[in-house]
Design a protein. Structure first.
Length: 239
């Protein structure tokens, strides 16, 4: 899970040059408040050199810009003067990254200041004022991002199922066309000597992974067994 969080944080950190350029071009009053970056792939809230965001809709990360950090290590930060040890990872563009669980996210959302206390950070100070009211937009974006991911995953699974069914149908059609028969396949129940007529469906019943289709063939009962995900044909020819 931590490896995933680091990859997501790096994706957000790589977007920082764009953010810096947009901040420079923004009116002075706009630079004082929190801003949103929701591009369909990532969702984030940022101000100055601090960003809170997600790249998958589930895992939030805190990104501090302008801090050099070697590797992965526990580092002390102070949130409203309260010292905390946090596992930070170095990221691209001189960033320090750490994943946020629900309690950590709530902590900084209701705080006013964050200070990086380790030596390399040189006491870097970040303003958290009004982060709480700004976060719901990013959280809504994250929920939409997760919903899109789930929808895409379900669509892929449906396509794979239909592809498997079509392949099975094609193989069955090819076997019928060539007159091939599988010796190990048990013969279907039917009426010996009855041909040239149609049997009409009279009922069906599901048992475990199979579906039993019941037909009336000239007054005789014939049962055809198929998979429970398949539909019984309205009629059939006697085997």
């Amino acid at each position: 899970m931590r490896g995933v969080a680091v990859l997501l944080a790096c994706a957000l950190a790589l977007a920082w040059p764009t953010l810096t350029a947009s901040q420079t071009a923004a009116p002075p009053e706009a630079a004082q408040g929190w801003r949103q970056l929701n591009d369909g792939k990532t969702c984030s809230t940022y101000k100055g050199d601090l960003m809170v965001g997600t790249g998958n809709g589930r895992t939030f990360v805190l990104v501090l810009h302008g801090i050099d950090l070697a590797g992965v290590a526990l580092r002390q930060i102070s949130v409203d003067g309260r010292p905390l040890l946090v596992p930070f990872t170095s990221g691209p563009n001189s960033t320090a990254l750490t994943p946020l669980d629900a309690s950590s996210l709530a902590l900084i959302a209701n705080a006013h200041t964050l200070t990086a206390d380790w030596p390399e950070a040189k006491g870097a100070h970040f303003d958290l004022s009004d982060l709480g009211p700004a976060l719901p937009v990013t959280q809504k974006c994250a929920a939409d991002l997760e919903a899109k991911r789930v929808h895409a995953e379900q669509a892929t699974q449906r396509r794979q199922k239909w592809a498997a069914r079509l392949q099975a149908m094609a193989q069955a059609a090819a076997a019928v066309g060539t007159g091939a028969d599988t010796p190990s396949s048990p013969p279907r129940p039917g009426i010996p000597g009855v041909s040239g007529m149609m049997c009409m469906k009279r009922g069906e019943a599901v048992s475990g992974f199979t579906r039993n289709c019941v037909y009336d063939c000239a007054g005789s009962r014939v049962v055809q067994t198929i998979g429970n995900a398949e539909l019984c044909p309205i009629s059939m020819s006697p085997p």
